[in-house]
Write a protein that binds this ligand. Structure first.
Ligand code: SF4
Length: 435
């Protein structure tokens, strides 16, 4: 292979994969390779795949097939990441044009293959982050030790590995110096942070938030994604409520609302405890915004159990909730379970959940009408009359998952403005820039 000068990187999957790609890009650009927009212009094409559920695996396979089909002579095609960790041999067999396959966490090996002297490049292997407009992801850990029977992530990523606090503080300061106004903390389970470093169960994250809060100053938002329900502790709630820059927003994937299903999923199955911590969160932060996700059609899910999920979600009233159909994954505990639910029932239940959630989310959105909120500016545009409008996110919306707020007025992209919310429609908020 001739020494490559340019690369084209395709990233599939979740924000954690975005962070991994950012890490690879830092290595490649540090090694003086240039990114190019068109795959046809690149000496090396790299696909960072996703293997989370069947649908993401298929999307990754499709991307590889397309790039393999258009690959020209002299180009190197590299496939890496979560899907290849599980299905690397299949990727090679189906796509003879693929030159190299790597699993997860092998970004230094990819860079070395492309002639980068990785020892000479400034590198932060854990905690590397990505700036997206005014926000940046800060990956505080990777891997997971939980036994969830539907999830293949521990098989792909291995056990929990937390990034050291000192490194995360430095990385947070670097991102803020580069212009980030919000740091979004991600990991497979952010609330487990520090347990592999000897900290008590659920005891590390509040301390990390304190350190980050002090390091970045009161103006920079800290947002917590992917909390594990049994680790939402009194200490975490107290810390979130007290620190001035931890936004009153929590993403806790709960997966189901039926204790019997949660037991089969090997998830925390005391539903009353979830109600209790939600009450506690709302008492400590009356304006708290809650996001969650559920799975419809887990093996053995009866109509009565699904109804329990609907009732649970109706009582809690999540501001944002996603519902996925169960995806049968090899190498997981649920793969061999009896009573797999037919696809049409899974989809019907998912749709029924989303119809209910749409109404709940619309009612929840109404409580923001009349409020003045800081908003991070993501983009600018014009309305039908040619007047300027601004799209952005308040603390209520996490990047890439919760949509945007649209307001009348002008602003600088990437800046923070104060907006007045004067209308909520469906999931969305509308208003105008105050200053
Ligand atoms: S906690 Fe999340 S990443 Fe870990 S096994 Fe469960 S679902 Fe998968």
């Amino acid at each position: 292979m001739a020494v490559p000068r340019t690369y084209h990187l395709v990233t599939l999957g979740c924000p954690k994969n975005d962070v991994d790609s950012e890490h690879l890009e830092r290595l490649l650009t540090g090694g003086e390779l240039l990114p190019v927009i068109q795959p046809g212009d690149a000496d090396a094409i790299i696909v960072n795949t996703c293997g989370f559920i069947e649908q993401s695996q298929e999307q990754s396979m499709e991307a590889v097939r397309e790039l393999a089909a258009t690959k020209r002579e002299g180009q190197t095609l590299i496939v890496a990441g979560c899907m290849t960790q599980l299905y690397g041999r299949q990727v090679r067999e189906e796509n003879p044009a693929v030159d190299h396959v790597f699993g997860v966490g092998q970004w230094q090996d990819v860079a070395k293959l492309l002639s980068v002297d990785v020892d000479a490049v400034f590198d932060i292997p854990e905690g590397a982050a990505k700036v997206t407009g005014p926000s940046a992801y800060l990956k505080i850990s990777d891997g997971c030790d939980a036994p969830c029977t539907f999830c293949v992530i521990p098989k792909i990523k291995g056990g929990l590995r937390s990034a050291p606090a000192g490194l995360l503080v430095r990385e947070a300061q670097r991102l803020v110096a580069a212009g980030a106004k919000e740091l979004v903390l991600v990991g497979q389970d952010t609330t487990a942070w520090g347990e592999d470093l000897g900290m008590p169960v659920a005891g590390g994250l509040p301390g990390l938030l304190e350190m980050l809060s002090e390091a970045v100053g009161p103006e920079v938002w800290l947002r917590l994604m992917y909390a594990y329900p049994s680790r939402v502790s009194d200490q975490l709630i107290e810390t979130m409520a007290r620190l001035p820059n931890v936004v009153h927003y929590l993403d806790v994937p709960l997966q189901h609302g039926s204790e019997a299903v949660l037991r089969r999923m090997k998830r925390p199955h005391n539903v009353e405890k979830v109600h209790a911590f939600v009450r506690q969160l709302r008492a400590a932060m009356p304006d708290v915004v809650l996001r969650t996700s559920f799975i419809a059609g887990f093996p053995g899910e009866t109509e009565a159990e699904f109804q329990e999920l609907l009732d649970f979600a109706k009582v809690i009233r999540f501001d944002h909730a996603g519902c996925f159909t169960y995806s049968r994954q090899q190498w997981t505990g649920a793969f061999e379970m009896a009573d797999q639910v037919p696809d049409e029932i899974k989809h019907e239940r998912r749709d029924r959940f989303m119809r209910q959630q749409q109404k709940i989310a619309a009612r929840q959105a109404q409580r923001f009408v009349g409020r003045d909120l800081p908003m991070l500016v993501e983009g600018l545009g014009e309305d039908d009359d040619g007047d300027p409008v601004v799209a952005g996110r308040t603390y209520r919306e996490a990047p890439e998952v919760d949509g945007l707020v649209i307001v009348r007025g002008a602003a600088e992209p990437g800046s923070r403005v104060l907006v007045h919310i004067d209308e909520a429609s469906g999931y969305d908020l509308f208003g105008s820039v105050i200053r």
